[in-house]
Design a protein around this ligand. Structure first.
Ligand code: C5P
Length: 275
């Protein structure tokens, strides 16, 4: 598949809120702990860790990519390794979809979808219902609505600017993090793989969970969702010009993780020298 050339952000981050609106949000369990001992933050950036505390801009890692590219797992592992908070931004769109579907509403209706986006509670983000295929499909429908994106943008940019303590920074993964939500992120990664490789992974994952999965159906669902995410007018899936592209088609998760760790550790070191 191909992704659009980087586009100018269509939604400006909303200013105004002073602190993370969701301090109780359970962002990856690890994020509530200080940077793990021996982590690259300590090893490569111990002083950087201290400097990113009070009075310093949080360190932000933006990870974008299509469905089933492995970006979610990578984001969680990186957050744990570097003691950063993690926000799976897809969960916000999925939660919006769950609320719409719960009321038998139409996910394509802007007023219904926007009202649902405003009602999201932090607890909903870890609801198992978010993981269903019908919800994924509806999520990509609500995600194409500019009013929904605007509502959820405030949540995401606040999280990046004010990660829950004690994290000194944040990892956000999604579709438009490097282009719209956090255009000034310290590190931007775009994680991708061929549609076929992603479909195979998704089938394996579903079967491991005991669900039935037919490769052709999963492949078709991914193609539909990729097309909708890449072709929409509002903040489409796109590679930021300054993003590091990581093609995971022939790389295993550990190799991808190590490559990202090296990149982040290097940036942390540079940032330390600049401060
Ligand atoms: O990443 P995940 O598969 O959970 O995302 C579900 C849907 O939410 C995506 O297909 C996409 O339409 C939407 N999304 C988005 N922007 C983000 C994250 C997710 O449009 N930053």
């Amino acid at each position: 598949m191909s992704f659009r050339e980087p586009v100018a952000p269509t939604l400006a981050p909303q200013a105004g809120r002073e602190s993370n609106p969701n301090p109780s949000l359970r962002v990856s369990g690890e994020t509530q702990r200080p940077a793990p001992r021996g982590s690259a933050l300590n090893a490569a950036g111990g002083r950087a860790a201290a400097r990113t505390g009070e009075g310093h801009r949080p360190f932000v890692v933006a990870i974008d990519g299509p469905a089933a590219s492995g970006k979610g797992t990578l984001a969680r592992r990186l957050a744990e390794r570097f003691g950063l908070a993690h926000l799976d931004t897809g969960a916000l769109y999925r939660a919006t979809a769950v609320l719409v579907l719960e009321e038998a509403g139409d996910p394509a209706d802007p007023a219904t979808a926007e009202a649902a986006a405003r009602r999201i509670e932090p607890l909903l983000l870890s609801d198992p219902r978010l993981r269903g295929d019908a919800v994924a499909e509806a999520a990509s429908v609500v995600a194409a609505i500019p009013e929904v994106r605007r509502t959820l943008l405030a949540w995401q940019s606040d999280f990046a600017r004010h990660p829950p303590a004690p994290a000194r920074g944040a990892v956000l993964d999604g579709r438009d993090i490097g282009t719209v939500v956090c255009p000034a992120a310290d590190v931007k990664l775009f994680v991708t793989a061929t549609t076929e490789a992603r479909a195979l992974r998704r089938v394996k994952e579903l079967r491991e969970q005991g669900a039935e999965a037919i490769y052709e159906n999963v492949l078709q669902d991914l193609k539909t969702r990729d097309a909708r995410d890449s072709e929409r007018r509002a903040a489409p899936l796109a590679v930021a010009p300054d993003a590091e592209l990581i093609d995971t088609t022939t790389l295993d998760a550990d190799a991808v993780f190590e490559r990202a760790v090296r990149l982040i550790a290097g940036t942390l070191e540079e940032r330390e020298w600049q401060q």
